[in-house]
Design a protein around this ligand. Structure first.
Ligand SMILES: C[S@@+](CC[C@H](N)C(=O)[O-])C[C@H]1O[C@@H](n2cnc3c(N)ncnc32)[C@H](O)[C@@H]1O
Length: 246
């Protein structure tokens, strides 16, 4: 079942994969998913992905994520020379902070002002540019050596604006890293909430399909995820896409 971790002095920290899925699709986070739950997957209402709904999800707890950088980011970027980076859907900022500490000039963007405010506080004096914006409608200006998109929860639109914004943000010679939970593993562990239709959200595979001429795919695979300390749920691997614009 989904487990929450409580520590003195702060509210509740939820293991990322299941908390994320549950929040996305308005499933109660402490309710275990059961075999035999509805397999009907209606298109969730757009309000579920609004700035208000994300603010509300963050506002339910004092800290939503682990505060540790995602392992796929660490593995992909540790050996790269620092440049300028954009963190899409930065949440509470752990990945942006990890990048900035390694010398990257980071622009971090999230639709939730609550998340960005926490991220800014966690970053202390690190020189990170924080943006509260909807990637699809207010894409950042500029081109980046690295665009990192970790567990994005970006709803697909008829014009694919979110995907276009992600691709456009990568500079010539720059890299795009997109990471998502492997859906087959979520299903195998019976962790797929009723109401989830992954077709409505941007997945690494969707972006890989969009990469034609002008892109070199360096990694496109499913690989184990190193879970943050305290996580004791099932191992759900990551789907990882790393591509270079050339
Ligand atoms: C599942 S969380 C992942 C957070 C962070 N990347 C991490 O790994 O901890 C998805 C994040 O994307 C943000 N988000 C959702 N839709 C967005 C949009 N259209 N534009 C920018 N951020 C968005 C949410 O507010 C949330 O912080």
């Amino acid at each position: 079942m989904i487990r929450s971790l409580s520590e003195p002095g702060r509210s509740v920290e939820l293991p990322r994969p299941f908390a994320e899925m549950a929040r996305l699709f308005a499933v109660q986070v402490r309710r275990p998913y059961r075999r035999g739950m509805s397999t009907h997957h209606p298109n969730p209402p757009a309000e579920q992905d609004s700035t208000e709904s994300w603010n509300s999800r963050y506002g339910e707890v004092a800290q939503r994520w682990s505060g540790h950088a995602n392992s796929a980011l660490v593995d992909a970027v540790a050996s790269l020379p620092p440049g300028n980076a954009m963190e899409v859907g930065c949440g509470e900022g752990a990945d942006a902070i990890w990048l900035a500490r390694r010398g990257w000039a980071v622009t971090a963007l999230d639709i939730s002002a609550v998340a960005v405010s926490r991220a800014r506080a966690a970053a202390g004096g690190l020189p990170i540019t924080w943006l509260v914006a909807d990637l699809a409608t207010e894409p950042p200006v500029g081109a980046f050596d690295l665009v990192s998109v970790q567990y994005p929860a970006l709803r697909k639109g008829p014009d694919d604006a979110a995907v276009a914004a992600i691709l456009n943000a990568v500079d010539l010679g720059g890299r795009l890293l997109v990471v998502g939970h492997n859906l087959a593993a979520l299903r195998a562990h019976h962790r797929m909430p009723a109401g989830l239709d992954p077709d409505h959200y941007v997945l690494p595979d969707d972006i890989a399909r969009r990469l034609g001429e002008g892109w070199a795919i360096e990694v496109h695979e499913t690989r184990p995820r190193r879970q943050p300390p305290g996580y004791d749920g099932p191992d759900i691997p990551d789907d990882v896409l790393l591509a270079r614009r050339c």
